[in-house]
Design a protein around this ligand. Structure first.
Ligand SMILES: [Fe+2]
Length: 449
């Protein structure tokens, strides 16, 4: 008799205890509640041949974006290949996705998960992994459309429907459908108040529309729901920090950094990215952040040769630049240049976006603002291809703008300030920006023109 997981997707295992533990792990993962891996380890202890257990573990590893996870991913793939003959079609689809990712064919991996979803639209585990792959790979429309593909197989009667809505809300937001995104995200939260991803989707809408005060209310009002014991909380705190930064409250940003965004040192790549990104935003404004960079830069030093997921490398370069680690900066660029020649997804992302971004950051650090400006001006238009969200990649626009100001290019700085004003007309940061631009030599002529 075929067993099904709690979502309605088939598993080849006949071990009810393992399937129950898998159900619990997947439910935790949907809400980013700690600790799904501990649950899945229990499932695997009860049945070491539990295919979906291994697939789940591999999915978490591959969506971590960490080169350090690759050996373990390959080890699990080896186990799964040994069990492939007894696996069902759904599981074979997961194994194909894991194999593709382990071979650094990231784009193909996302489509293997997509294929599983076509055949098994109740496989919300595949949906979450596909969603995270789409996020990591900058496949923005698929953040929206892949969820839409399986929505008809679900309804509000399903206990976990809210999580699908949360994913859809984020995809809608990244595609610029702000109204629908907000409505969908709020509906998800109404159905499942602990849906950290749905909270996040609405936070993004507020960020993109410059609705700073509403964003602060939304996230602080819901923090008791989305933050306790939550592996994603650091990122929602980071969004809260962005609002305060827009208001110019850098003291609040630094206290949030210490208490919630980076409360302790960790080597989780996505946590490091957010920490570095927040410090870089402060760095661009000339805010003294004390010794905070050193902790990040010290960890990134150990990753300098990874050249695996260039979004991470870009943030490593920020840490090297901010701490004056010139030799590390050179080694990072050399590692990326060497990796760029390969025929895999890593190399493609490095060539198209990673290397130009990292070189621009290095130029910025060297005080060569015209070079930083020229490179960023070109690459930011296609920077979506190295993943992350629009809000995260806004860092490139901010660095571009700062490069224009420091290069004394009043006309370009004014154009870029106008761009930000259009998106965030009430922003105190934007107001300050116009004052800085107006003080540039030649600004009067530009404004008069
Ligand atoms: Fe975000």
């Amino acid at each position: 008799m075929t067993l099904y997981d709690r979502f309605g997707a088939p598993v080849s295992s006949g071990n009810r205890r393992s399937v129950d533990a898998f159900n619990e792990a997947a439910a935790l993962m949907l809400g980013y509640v700690a600790d799904p891996l501990a649950k899945i380890d229990a499932a695997l202890a009860a049945d070491p041949g539990f295919v979906m257990g291994h697939c789940f573990r591999a999915g978490i590893l591959l969506t971590s974006s960490e080169a350090g996870a690759e050996p373990e991913l390959k080890r699990i793939l080896g186990i799964l290949i040994g069990h492939e003959a007894g696996a069902n079609d759904r599981e074979r689809g997961h194994i194909a996705a894991i194999r593709a990712w382990a071979e650094r064919d990231f784009y193909h991996a996302s489509e293997e998960y997509g294929r599983v979803l076509c055949d098994f639209p109740r496989d919300i585990v595949a949906m979450q992994f596909a969603h995270l792959c789409d996020f990591l790979l900058g496949q923005t429309t698929m953040l929206r459309d892949r969820v839409a593909q399986i929505m008809p197989a679900w309804s509000e009667a399903d206990a976990d429907y809210a999580y699908l809505l949360g994913m859809h809300a984020f995809g809608l937001e990244e595609c610029g459908h702000y109204e629908r995104a907000e409505e969908t995200g709020r509906r998800a939260v109404a159905l499942q108040p602990k849906d950290a991803w749905a909270y996040h989707a609405v936070a993004h809408v507020c960020e993109m529309q410059g609705r700073t005060e509403e964003g602060i209310r939304w996230l602080t009002g819901g923090a008791d729901n989305w933050s306790p014991n939550n592996m994603f909380a650091f990122h929602n705190w980071w969004h809260l920090g962005l609002y305060h930064l827009e208001n110019g409250d850098t003291a609040k940003v630094l206290s949030l950094y210490d208490e919630a965004i980076r409360p302790q040192s960790s080597q989780v790549a996505m946590e490091m990215v957010d920490a570095a990104a927040m410090l870089w935003r402060l760095h661009l404004r000339g805010v003294d952040t004390g010794r905070r960079w050193d902790e990040l830069a010290g960890i990134y030093e150990g990753w300098v040769e990874h050249a695996y997921y260039p979004f991470n490398d870009a943030h490593a370069m920020m840490a090297f630049v901010a701490t004056g680690r010139e030799e590390m900066g050179r080694r990072l660029i050399a590692a990326l240049e060497a990796a760029a020649a390969a025929d895999d997804s890593s190399a493609r992302m490095i060539r198209e976006v990673g290397l130009p971004v990292v070189r621009a950051l290095k130029a910025f650090g060297d005080g060569n603002y015209p070079a930083a400006f020229a490179t960023l001006l070109d690459v930011r238009k296609r920077a979506v291809a190295f993943g992350g969200s629009n809000a995260q990649r806004d860092l490139l626009s901010l660095t571009l703008l700062e490069s224009a100001v420091r290069a004394g290019d009043a006309a370009a700085a004014l154009a870029l300030a106008n761009e930000r004003k259009s998106a965030k007309p009430a922003s105190p940061f934007v107001r300050g920006l116009f004052k800085r631009v107006a003080a540039l030599p030649g600004a009067a002529m530009v404004t008069a023109a």
